[in-house]
Write a protein that binds this ligand. Structure first.
Ligand SMILES: [Fe+2]
Ligand SMILES: [Fe+2]
Length: 439
């Protein structure tokens, strides 16, 4: 009956919502870059399933417009235990080998029991949710294997964690269908409570530099031109991983204080930044750069380490609104130079950034009003800019040298790969494939 279905779907909604929050919570503290990519995409897709489930619950309960946790708290408490993994690899393994399969089995069971006609809107939501879960569970194995190969010291403890979860949680059981929370397995964990990392952990298979390019440290140095601008843009794109982390951190910090569509906007924001990061990474690999040559920094994320969540939201908004004009300019510049792929990336990036500035204004305004803070989003933006100025001022000689060294190595390597110093027209060297421009 409708009441039974809406009760189960409400539980599914809160489970999916917790999935988004816990994946966001782990993103900054996850070292392995491909795992960060995986988390960003996964949390975005989960947020869409959560959104659809919530709307379906409201449809079934109309005219009641409340969707509150109520008696479902024990289920949420159970799911939150998965967050307390001993390291990022363990979290990923527990999530994709136990928790997501458990949720998938519940979706399957619901689909088996549901009336395909009367409850057809739910059928569609869960079928799409199942497709996402199947894809996430399958794709995670390659990511986990690579993570364990780069961080072998995490593997043993991660395996023990998964064994502990397996012993306690039978993924074939229908625990989320229980009318009460009393049959939920109790996970006895020795791990301390989970805390999000305020430092953006970086993958050791890349070059490390807190400030990844000279203009990150000193904006007055400018973005350069010609082939330097091409390489710089791709390096800046991959370094937008910090923006994904900042969006993830605001999901983690602010979701409970916001209406339901905040999670949807912030999850999309997070995934878009992951896509921008992949754009740069793909360009660099296609051109022939190796992982260990590519500098990965984290200064923009760490600028928010000691401030409140709204100022952190202001930091990402500061970058979005300050540099948005460069996206359309560079779309044209790269097209003029014959680098059609970079131009194409910048064009799609620009489309995303226009939405992001809207997200920034909308949610800063919301949280300021809620707190009774009379500042405008632009005033917060100015406060946030000070955080960036502070971390730049504190740069040590070693950090400056890491930045300059990485920059010089990238440009030297670029010359080896056929990039030429020409500010008018970058060498349009192709290998016969019009989609594979060197320049
Ligand atoms: Fe971006
Ligand atoms: Fe953005």
């Amino acid at each position: 009956m409708v009441q039974d279905c809406s009760a189960i779907l409400k539980r599914f909604y809160f489970l999916e919502r917790e999935l988004v929050k816990m994946q966001a919570g782990w993103m900054p503290g996850t070292e392995h870059l491909e795992s960060k990519f995986w988390l960003g995409e996964s949390l975005w897709k989960d947020s869409l399933v959560a959104k659809d489930l919530r709307e379906r619950v409201l449809e079934l309960r109309y005219p009641d417009s409340r969707v509150v946790v109520g008696d479902d708290q024990p289920f949420i408490d159970f799911v939150l235990k998965f967050q307390k993994a001993p390291n990022a690899l363990a979290f990923l393994m527990g999530l994709t080998r136990i928790l997501k399969p458990l949720i998938k089995n519940h979706f399957t069971k619901y689909l088996e029991l549901a009336d395909q006609l009367d409850d057809a809107p739910t059928i569609r939501i869960l079928k799409y949710g199942m497709a996402d879960l199947n894809e996430q569970i399958a794709s995670s194995e390659k990511v986990i294997t690579e993570f364990a190969a780069i961080y072998p010291e995490y593997a043993e403890i991660a395996d023990s964690w998964v064994q502990l979860l397996k012993k306690t949680v039978d993924t074939s059981k229908d625990i989320f269908f229980e009318a009460e929370g009393f049959r939920i397995p109790v996970l006895h964990l020795s791990s301390p409570s989970f805390e999000i990392s305020r430092y953006g952990k970086r993958d050791r298979s890349f070059a490390q530099a807190l400030f990844p390019w000279p203009d990150s440290l000193e904006p007055a140095r400018g973005a350069g031109c010609g082939s330097e601008l091409q390489i710089r843009q791709a390096v800046h794109h991959i370094n937008e991983v910090w923006a994904a982390e900042m969006a993830a951190s605001v999901i983690f910090d602010l979701t409970e204080d916001a209406p339901s569509d905040f999670l949807i906007d912030a999850a999309r924001w997070c995934y878009d930044e992951i896509r921008h990061c992949r754009m740069g990474y793909t360009r660099l690999l296609t051109w022939g750069f190796r992982k260990e040559e590519i500098p990965l920094g984290s200064f923009s994320y760490e600028a928010g380490a000691d401030v409140d969540p709204v100022t952190r939201l202001g930091i990402i908004y500061y970058f979005e609104s300050t540099y948005i004009h460069t996206k359309s300019e560079r779309t044209k510049t790269f097209a003029k130079c014959g680098d059609r792929m970079s131009s194409h990336d910048m064009d799609f990036d620009w489309a995303d950034e226009l939405i992001h500035t809207y997200y920034g204004t909308r949610w800063l305004k919301y949280f300021l009003e809620k707190k009774g803070d009379i500042r405008t989003p632009n005033q917060v933006r100015q406060e946030s800019e000070k955080c960036i100025a502070t971390i730049r001022q504190r740069a040590t000689d070693k950090q400056r040298e890491e930045c300059e060294g990485g920059y010089r190595r990238m440009l030297n390597r670029g010359r080896e790969l056929g990039f030429v110093d020409n500010s008018e027209r970058v060498s349009a060297v192709t290998n016969g494939d019009s989609h594979n421009f060197r320049g």
